[in-house]
Write a protein that binds this ligand. Structure first.
Ligand SMILES: N[C@@H](CCC(=O)N[C@@H](CS)C(=O)NCC(=O)O)C(=O)O
Length: 221
């Protein structure tokens, strides 16, 4: 049996890109430790391991790997069962949607932290249109991105749906989704790997983040 490397994931509790990496690790049953840093109070050693000053960084026997999509793929290659499709074209398409999801996370962040109603509405519209674009690419077969089988691309979208579910429940924010996207979101949020991918008090952490952002959404609540 091959010896697995020691994995340490450097994190902010609030970060959806970290959460993707955690979900991938959880799906694999990999052993890892999490080191949570406080945004704006990163220790000096963080500058040495994170060239862009961002989380997540996965320390693999001390070697830093950055960029969430790359970390997910590394985890997928080293730990079975493989979650990316075998087929090169399908894999390329899944990678493209992981990339697209990052732009949706950007829209979700802008929506949650917008200072005024106009900024909020613009980001909300961008996110709803983006989710419709994803919906059009989904197969009819439920529940996951590519149908019955959970794939690596699903790990990328789950943090987005978790935040939208909290915004709906706690802030009354009803995003317009297709039924297919709703079924996908429900399936992802029901998975243990997703439910255990954030700290126990994540909802408090998220609420605090929104309050500190001083944005339109928090003020409206
Ligand atoms: N493209 C990066 C984005 C990561 C990212 O934006 N992380 C945020 C936290 S959610 C961060 O570290 N921001 C700190 C900064 O920009 O200084 C990835 O996918 O890993």
């Amino acid at each position: 049996m091959s010896v697995k490397p020691r994995l340490e994931l450097v994190s902010f509790k609030i970060c959806p890109y970290v959460q993707r990496a955690v979900i991938a690790l959880n799906e694999k049953g990999a052993e890892y430790t999490l080191t949570h840093l406080v945004p704006g109070e990163e220790p000096d050693w963080f500058k040495q391991v994170s060239p862009m000053g961002k989380v997540p960084v996965l320390l693999v026997d001390g070697t830093p790997v950055f960029e969430s999509a790359v970390i997910m793929e590394y985890v997928d290659e080293v730990y079975g069962p493989q979650l990316h499709p075998e087929d090169a074209l399908q894999k390329a398409l899944h990678r493209a949607w992981v990339e697209y999801c990052s732009s949706l996370l950007g829209a979700q962040y802008r929506m949650a932290t917008a200072r005024d109603r106009e900024g909020f509405q613009a980001a909300r519209t961008e996110l709803e249109q983006g989710l419709q674009r994803v919906s059009d690419a989904l197969p009819l077969e439920v529940p996951y991105f590519s149908g019955a089988r959970f794939a690596l691309v699903d790990t990328a979208f789950a943090p987005l749906f978790m935040r939208l579910a909290i915004l709906k429940r706690d802030y009354g924010l009803e995003m317009v989704f297709s039924d297919r996207v709703q079924a996908w979101s429900d399936a992802l949020l029901a998975r243990k790997s997703v439910q255990t991918s954030v700290v126990d008090n994540f909802e408090d952490v998220f609420r605090m983040f929104l309050r500190n952002s001083g944005g339109y959404l928090a003020a409206r609540a």
